[in-house]
Design a protein around this ligand. Structure first.
Ligand code: FDP
Length: 356
């Protein structure tokens, strides 16, 4: 047999069909000094996701079989899906031993987990929960940060209140027609699809790139009357009601309006479509939600990290989401993310800084 010197000894991490486990392991082999803790932490998160997925997939059946009241047929109390998902993540992360601090949408305060563990995990265990009863896509979102001094200090809230640019891994899982896990460890954004027969995630969307511009906008237009005049002007423009010619950057082709409208009302579903197809998702501030609705630490930051790793953009309208210094665990933030050109134009409307 001929010498196969051109065949790499380790399969490249970004080849379709690679399992999530292999992908994470190969990233570890490429990182000098890696101890395996990070790899183990991500594998535990993946386990929690598969457990949550199995329950989400049975959500309708639970109603059919009469499990949705306060008690099930065995007389045990039945939890709501979001409380269940939260508990699964808490238990699995605790068992991993690598998580010093946990912040969850479902917990009022950050929870100290393991005194000398290196990592902080912030998550929304079941996002879009108002959509559960109607069988619309819902998801889980998470961000992982590294504690600055795990050997010297006990985990504390300051470990979680870090700008998103310090994230070491972020991901979301969309429980849609199929279950898709989108992950970035800072080396691009990759999508894995669950094979339910095997219970394994396989790389299906390697190195996702958000198109430079899209053709859809995603926003809850029911809030129109509560938006600032600048955001109302943007909405009129994107629907083609205002024919002003706008270029996203110097020398670029103007954007063509009207855009199509797509709004599910589950961040994970709306963000996933925007990541794959391009366009813009916005949940801006309004007169009712003065800081926007979405949460900085476990919704906006992980999404911003994933979009930037895929060549997209994420802002609060003016500034880069990943630069914001958090002050509270459950802080809200206006969130605008998507294709570079579409987000740049939104920013022009908000700041008034037009590119000529
Ligand atoms: P939900 O209230 O269903 O949990 O984060 C909360 C969230 O959903 C996001 O998933 C979604 O993008 C947004 O709120 C939807 O808000 P509106 O119903 O105000 O449009």
């Amino acid at each position: 047999m001929a010498e196969s010197s051109s065949i790499p000894s380790i399969r490249p991490a970004h080849v379709v069909g690679t399992t999530l486990r292999e992908h994470v392991l190969q990233d570890m082999h490429a990182a000098p000094g890696a101890t395996g803790e990070f790899t183990s932490l991500l594998n535990h998160i993946s386990l929690a996701i598969r457990i949550i997925n199995s329950r989400v997939r049975a959500a309708g059946l639970a109603g059919l079989l009469g499990y949705t009241g306060e008690t099930n047929v065995q007389g045990e109390a039945v939890q709501k899906l979001d409380a269940f998902s939260n508990e699964v993540l808490l238990n699995v992360l605790d068992r991993s031993g690598h998580c010093g601090l946990i912040g969850s949408e479902e917990l009022d305060d950050a929870q100290i987990n393991n005194n000398h563990a290196k990592y902080v995990v912030l998550f929304d265990p079941l996002d879009g929960s108002s959509n559960i009863d109607t069988n619309v896509g819902i998801g889980t979102i998470f961000a992982v940060l590294r504690r600055s001094e795990p050997k010297l200090t006990r985990p504390n809230l300051a470990d979680a209140l870090r700008p998103g640019r310090e994230i070491v891994a972020a991901g979301y899982v969309l429980y849609g027609p199929s279950t898709v896990f989108v992950l970035s460890t800072g080396q691009g954004t990759h999508g894995f699809t669950l094979d339910p027969a095997i219970g394994e995630f396989f790389l299906s969307h390697p190195d996702i790139r958000v198109p430079a511009r899209g053709s859809c906008f995603s926003v809850n237009e029911g809030n129109f009357s509560r938006w600032s005049p600048e955001i109302q002007n943007w909405a009129r423009w994107i629907k083609g009601e205002d024919s002003t010619v706008i270029v996203p950057s110097e020398g670029a082709e103007p954007l063509k309006t009207p855009y199509g409208a797509r709004y599910v009302g589950s961040l994970v579903a709306d963000a996933h479509r925007t990541l794959i197809k391009g366009g813009i998702f916005a949940y801006p501030a309004d007169s009712k939600s003065k800081n926007g609705k979405l949460r900085l630490l476990y919704e906006a930051n992980p999404m911003a990290f994933l979009f930037e790793q895929a060549g997209g953009m994420a802002t609060n309208g003016k500034d880069r989401i990943l630069e914001i210094m958090p002050t509270e665990l459950h802080q809200r933030v206006p969130l605008v993310l998507g294709s570079r050109d579409d987000v740049s134009v939104f920013r022009q409307f908000v700041t008034g800084e037009r590119v000529k």
